[in-house]
Design a binder for this molecule. Structure first.
Ligand code: ARG
Length: 564
């Protein structure tokens, strides 16, 4: 990008125009790699300037070739440009070392609300929630990095009939406050499962569960008090687990938060004349959108997930005035979000471009040694244990106890996180422990290892890499050096693309490419042991690569390691 910005500026200046964006969008890789480093596709600009593309390419060739730093050659409607390696390295590394943050976003600062993770209390934290957590947190960091105001919301499933079951179990089994306080998530889940199981044989239990939920809905103080404790201790446990992943939320406003806001939401739709009663149920017809009706109230008068969703959208629009409302939720809820968006659109709220369902596919085959995955904590533990085993097998490096614990924890988590982010989110992914933890394949540990390797080269050199303007970078003239600088140059564009497409995997793919470009460089270019000026130049280049790799990993939620 640094390179593209630079070229675009030159082209604009030489033609005396202001079309940076269009020029940048038409800078592409040359048809044949040996034709140059970048090609400018002239069609669009030519048509704007009322010129023939071939003529524009030729005239640009003449104008730009007054420049020493590169060669421009017109080939039909394309202008192929070849830079000197030293020049490219200077341009790119100057940015990386001296201007590491992206330019500020447009004023006023845009706001994005991201709804992610959002597990259900008393149900297992499934792999779907893991994906939502990891993808959502990456988007959170990406938008923050780009200068957006970001609000992360955990829309917990903390309300609903399953709490009737839990409260019944709690009452019947004798209130086990120790278990509740230790791990609210596991305890409420196990209570739920046991009571649900009993209820299958005993109708009385079902009745009692319904009673408890009714009490809850009526605001009965005892019911509310117990429910609050379950919620509180579940959140406490969730927070501990999120902390292991380095994730925080700005708000834990789950479904229960909207229980008293549903009347207002229904009112709003009623006033717009959108609701009707059908077989005792309150619905919004969405025939004109080719969608089934949205259900707002069951015949017994109780509200639903969708009712609370409408209330939540209205609340978020009102409270945060967002430019974007992202919902990082799996594919199966596609219809739900289409209905929500359609109903609000029908009510005259301009929501279509704002409300984005950032959907994702399934993870297949993810289980721990204890069985199919139920709790996120167990999954993380297993990843860390497996990472540790791998490190212990490796006899070539010795680690202190503390190092071992730290590294295996970061490698295990890196493996899990990257597994979720390495392919386009819409695709189903096949999970495999060995592949996720492999130090060679397309994995988090592979990237962490690439980072550690650069660190180790720099340590061996006993020098501090630095960038100086008139520097030794002119020493660099190998194609692998240029390739590495060009790869680093793409970073800002990649981050923007990831944000535009709500797709962290754009960054994952890029980092894999960057690491492999580095490997090729290191394979053919010696660093430690080169003569002093070349050593200094190459150290600067690999440090630029390291900084970029580290930033990319951080955005994904993976710790760049210094030793592995
Ligand atoms: N708790 C829901 C589930 O597990 C996900 C909630 C997603 N967020 C939302 N605003 N609907 O299915």
């Amino acid at each position: 990008m640094y390179v593209k910005q630079y070229l675009s500026k030159l082209i604009n200046q030489s033609l005396n125009i202001h079309e940076s964006e269009m020029v940048i969008n038409n800078l592409v890789p040359p048809a044949q790699p040996e034709w140059g480093d970048v090609a400018f596709k002239t069609f669009q600009l030519a048509s704007k300037l009322n010129l023939k593309p071939v003529e524009l390419a030729l005239s640009l060739e003449q104008k730009l070739n007054q420049n020493q730093e590169f060669k421009a050659k017109a080939t039909g409607p394309y202008l192929n440009i070849t830079f000197s390696t030293g020049f490219i390295c200077n341009l790119v590394l100057d940015h990386v070392f001296n201007r590491p943050s992206p330019p500020p976003p447009p004023e006023p600062q845009p706001t994005v609300v991201i709804d992610f993770s959002s597990p259900n209390i008393a149900k297992p934290f499934g792999v779907g929630h893991l994906r939502s957590t990891v993808i959502g947190a990456a988007l959170y960091r990406i938008f923050k990095y780009l200068g957006y105001k970001v609000i992360g919301i955990n829309h917990l499933g903390d309300w609903g009939t399953n709490f009737g079951m839990i409260l019944t179990g709690y009452e019947q089994e004798g209130e086990n406050t120790t278990q509740l306080e230790q791990d609210g998530i596991k305890y409420s889940y196990q209570l739920y499962v046991r009571t649900h199981h009993k209820a299958e044989q005993d109708q009385e239990i079902n009745n009692r569960a319904r009673e408890w939920f009714n009490k809850l809905e009526q605001g009965d103080p005892k019911a509310i008090e117990i429910w609050k404790r379950f919620r509180e201790f579940s959140i406490k446990k969730f927070k501990q687990t999120y902390q292991r992943l380095g994730i925080e939320f700005d708000h834990y406003t789950g479904e229960s938060f909207y229980q008293h806001k549903t009347d207002e939401a229904i009112d709003f739709l009623q006033k717009k004349d959108l609701t009707e009663v059908d077989q005792g149920m309150l619905i919004v017809r969405l025939d004109q959108y080719d969608l089934p009706p949205l259900l707002l109230k069951k015949s017994d008068g109780s509200t639903l997930y969708a009712t609370r969703e409408i209330a939540a959208v209205l609340y978020r629009l009102d409270t945060f005035n967002p430019d974007l409302l992202l919902y990082v939720v799996g594919n199966p809820q596609e219809l739900h979000f289409k209905q929500i968006s359609a109903a609000l659109d029908e009510a005259g709220i301009k929501i279509k471009e704002k409300l984005i369902h950032v959907k994702f596919g399934h993870i297949l085959g993810m289980s721990t040694r204890k069985g199919t995955l139920v709790f996120l904590d167990d999954l993380i533990d297993e990843a860390v244990r497996r990472a540790k085993e791998k490190m212990q097998e490796n006899k070539t490096i010795s680690y202190s106890e503390r190092e071992m614990d730290f590294i295996s924890s970061k490698v295990g988590i890196g493996a899990l996180v990257f597994n979720d982010l390495k392919t386009k989110r819409i695709k189903d992914i096949e999970f495999n422990w060995d592949r996720a933890l492999s130090f060679e394949g397309e994995s988090g540990p592979y990237l962490q290892y690439a980072h550690a390797r650069i660190k180790s080269i720099i340590r061996k050199s006993s020098q501090i890499p630095r960038y100086q303007p008139d520097s030794v970078l002119d020493q660099l003239n190998q194609p692998e050096e240029k390739a590495l600088a060009l790869a680093i140059s793409d970073f800002p564009m990649i981050i923007e693309q990831a944000a535009r497409e709500y797709e962290p995997s754009v960054i994952s793919r890029y980092l894999l490419d960057l690491a492999s470009t580095f490997s090729k460089f290191y394979h053919s270019c010696q660093v430690v042991g080169s003569k002093p000026e070349l050593l200094e130049a190459r150290l600067c280049l690999i440090e630029g690569c390291r900084i970029t790799l580290a930033k990319g990993l951080e955005l994904l939620g993976i710790e760049p390691l210094n030793k592995m």
